[in-house]
Design a protein around this ligand. Structure first.
Ligand code: SF4
Length: 209
């Protein structure tokens, strides 16, 4: 089959590409990720993917980078429900935007099926990705090819490190960047507190006498 593979980044592309090529499919990667903030990060992720794909002679098409569309669609959802601790609604709209772009490209360029690398990470809403992929593909009259690659996530971490690929520290949007930084600070503060607690629980020389 001639498959358009929507790719979120280089590291997440390794295992799906390998599996689809082994199954004898003809693959083109489609990089459509206007969610990524800031633009320097977008360029870094795209360059990482291009370098790896070129080394394997896999064609890559980069969609237009349009962060204003992301803010208009997914960013608005976040503003409407800022208290949503899971961010599921925001992420759903974000997946929808990227997969709709990919589905349109697949339809306009004669692809048989549409798949995505979004289902590699265990940190995403896999079932939501599945639903949005099916909906976007069906609306564009292409076959949805959903592959749950979460069991291969450890392999993608291992392989991307072995290839020396850049590995991002947050999902993509400005919100996820702030959330990841806050989480890192929290972990750091917990570690410092534990170290201080440990240091104070060591009996001093005087106390030992
Ligand atoms: S966390 Fe990731 S999937 Fe969710 S809205 Fe942000 S970039 Fe999109």
């Amino acid at each position: 089959m001639k498959i358009l593979l929507h790719a979120c980044c280089g590291p997440c592309s390794i295992e799906p590409v390998s599996g689809l090529l082994s199954a004898g499919h003809d693959i083109t990667i489609f990089f459509s990720n206007s969610n990524i903030h800031p633009e320097t990060e977008y360029n870094l992720r795209l360059r990482t993917l291009l370098a790896w794909a070129q080394s394997r002679a896999i064609p890559v098409v980069a969609d237009v980078y349009d962060p204003a569309e992301w803010w208009e669609r997914a960013g608005k959802v976040q503003k409407r429900c800022p208290g949503d601790p899971t961010h599921e609604q925001r992420c759903r709209v974000c997946y929808r935007m990227r997969l709709q772009h990919a589905a349109k490209y697949a339809r306009d360029h004669g692809f048989d099926a549409l798949s995505t690398t979004l289902a590699v990470s265990p940190y995403q809403f896999t079932e939501v990705i599945h639903q949005e992929l099916v909906q976007a593909a069906q609306q564009a009259n292409v076959t949805p090819l959903f592959i749950d690659c979460r069991p291969l996530y450890p392999d993608s971490v291992r392989d991307s490190k072995a290839f020396g690929m850049y590995r991002q520290k947050y999902c993509g949007c400005a919100y996820s960047k702030a959330e990841a930084e806050a989480q890192r600070k929290e972990i750091e503060a917990e570690r410092t507190a534990k170290e201080l607690q440990r240091a104070h629980s060591i009996p001093r020389a005087k106390e030992l006498i």
